[in-house]
Design a protein around this ligand. Structure first.
Ligand code: MG
Length: 234
């Protein structure tokens, strides 16, 4: 099980620039065809976005941290009522756009089951101000509809409470009880997943730095993850 951005591919300035190379895709295809391996990509991105980025058959694609999972057989499973959630998330996204209007370096992303406010390209002071304004404006709405704020790497997300990578990993582990679970991730939102695999498997933090983690192992970047996957797929 692996995260995508910052784990399989390097982080880019904008999410749409983070494309997989041909080497990565053929490696994932090889792993997907290995009978003793079950493969899942678990990301904050939408499941359909993952499907476009990773056109690999026979794998799990978990979008919005697992709010929506595309199964290897093609079925779509949702952990939340996405249609009911949609108008609420529209309102959250509208607030986010209002908070960053006239400011440079922000990106508001309305996803199927979350709203992400990216501030990678913004200055620190502007980012703090915008995030503060956004939290204050959205908190009543979040409380009313069971949403929570989750901070990631240069992104603040609003998503349904209880949807996280830890729960998604547990679900996949239950589906494949004979597998030794491995999880690769680079971000704070991956810590739930590291905790979920800690007892029976290995959590691998993909980062050269970051002092506190629930992961048991560490690789320095996506290039090392690819090398590791090449070894286990051989
Ligand atoms: Mg990541």
């Amino acid at each position: 099980m692996t995260d995508y951005d910052g784990t399989l591919v390097p982080i880019r300035e904008r999410p749409e620039y983070a494309l997989p190379g041909p080497g990565l895709l053929s490696l994932l295809r090889r792993l997907a065809n290995t009978s003793r391996v079950a493969l899942a990509v678990i990301s904050g991105r939408d499941a359909d976005d993952l499907k476009k980025l990773i056109p690999v058959k026979g794998i799990y694609l978990a979008g919005c941290h697992g709010a929506e999972i595309l199964f290897p057989g093609g079925e779509r499973h949702t952990a939340v009522e996405i249609d009911k959630l949609s108008p609420v998330l529209e309102a959250v996204a509208a607030q986010a756009r209002k908070c960053v209007s006239g400011r440079e370096g922000f990106l508001v992303e309305k996803k199927r089951a979350a709203v992400a406010l990216h501030y990678r390209m913004a200055g620190r002071t502007a980012a703090l101000k915008a995030l503060d304004g956004f939290e204050t404006a959205v908190r009543p709405l979040a409380m009313e509809h069971g949403l929570e704020f989750v901070a990631g790497r240069m992104v603040l997300e609003v998503r349904p409470r209880g949807v996280n990578k830890g729960e998604t990993v547990r679900r996949l582990m239950n589906l494949h009880p004979c597998c030794c679970p491995l999880y690769f991730g680079d971000d704070t939102t991956d810590e739930d997943a590291f905790r979920a695999v800690r007892e029976n498997g290995l959590g691998v933090l993909v980062s050269g730095r970051g002092p506190v983690t629930a992961a048991s192992h560490r690789l320095t970047g996506p290039h090392e993850v690819l090398r590791f996957l090449q070894i286990i797929s051989a």
